[in-house]
Ligand binder design. Structure first.
Ligand SMILES: Cc1cc2nc3c(=O)[nH]c(=O)nc-3n(C[C@H](O)[C@H](O)[C@H](O)COP(=O)(O)OP(=O)(O)OC[C@H]3O[C@@H](n4cnc5c(N)ncnc54)[C@H](O)[C@@H]3O)c2cc1C
Length: 270
């Protein structure tokens, strides 16, 4: 039995602790990715860990596909240390400026070429930066496969179905899905382990393949800015309606001032 062919989409994002007004380019509204260290989107680690667990039970191979700047090729070796057998980085100036539709189209072309016989594609439910939660469902649409979002439990049944549990706002939905299927996952799915020293050493013998538009069978009008039907317009913080008064003095004085202020505003009735 050949086992499961599992594709995992991994996005590299700005480390959340570096996100501030300075990390955003005011002209384009996009994150200045060249200036900061990028890290794996946290939910994508859950997706990768689930892929590895599936592979341990059913066999097969785990392939990571990512789209981003060439600088992340080295960072992608972390996914190999985390258990991926192969990693492909789609990187080309023609991919730049992609919105979610153009991103998902490029990822679909990469998956069609390098994991054409996939049984399951795992994505994070959302990224921590763009956070549109659109890429997974759009990717499923491009590939014309079943899409199940916000998965918090996943296992492979030997009868040829995946057992899935989808998290809803006020409960869960359990069902079986026949491959090929795309799942977006949330953090309840598992607790990813960091790679061991041995995993890191073993990863050095594997390669990250950097793929350009020329390596893929794609329509150049559908990638990058040219293939993006949305445009960045503006970015702003919502105006705060809160008024802030800083109290000074000893704790007793501050409490007294606070009560006087609240009384003046009628908070304790007339
Ligand atoms: C007009 C426009 C121009 C833009 N230009 C740029 C640009 O020049 N450079 C830039 O970096 N961003 C750019 N962006 C942002 C870019 O479109 C998003 O970062 C990207 O489409 C992913 O969206 P998201 O973060 O909301 O993904 P979500 O849908 O929230 O992500 C869900 C999951 O999809 C998968 N995924 C998402 N993106 C990728 C990826 N790149 N590779 C692999 N898996 C992925 C991951 O599994 C992730 O957990 C632009 C956006 C717009 C609207």
């Amino acid at each position: 039995m050949p086992g499961l062919q599992i594709a995992v989409c991994v996005k590299f994002i700005l480390d959340p602790k570096d996100i501030s007004e300075e990390s955003i380019d005011p002209a384009t509204g996009t994150i200045n990715r060249t200036k900061y260290k990028l890290v794996i989107n946290p939910l994508d680690k859950h997706a990768l860990f689930a892929a590895r667990q599936l592979q341990k039970i059913a066999g097969g191979a785990v392939t990571v596909v990512s789209m981003g700047p060439p600088s992340i090729a080295e960072d992608l070796t972390e996914t190999l240390a985390l258990g991926a057998d192969h990693a492909f980085l789609l990187s080309d100036p023609l991919f730049a400026g992609a919105d979610t539709l153009a991103t998902s189209y490029a990822l679909a072309c990469g998956i069609k070429k390098f994991v054409s016989d996939f049984d399951i594609i795992l994505c994070g439910a959302r990224s921590l930066d763009g956070s549109t939660a659109q890429v997974g469902p759009q990717l499923a649409t491009h590939l014309e496969v079943t899409c199940v979002t916000n998965i918090s439990a996943l296992s492979w049944k030997q009868d040829g179905f995946f057992n899935l549990r989808m998290k809803l706002e006020d409960g869960y939905l359990s069902f079986a899905a026949k491959p090929p299927v795309l799942c977006t996952v949330n953090r309840d799915l598992n607790t990813p382990h960091p790679p061991t020293l041995m995993d890191i050493v073993m990863a050095r013998s594997k390669n990250v393949a950097v793929i350009s538009t020329q390596d893929l069978d794609l329509d150049l009008n559908r990638v990058g800015l040219a293939g993006s039907p949305t445009r960045f317009k503006d970015m702003f913080y919502p105006p705060s309606k809160r008024k802030r008064d800083l109290l000074t003095g000893s704790p007793e004085e501050m409490v007294k001032t606070l009560f006087q202020e609240l009384r003046t505003k009628g908070m304790f009735g007339q």
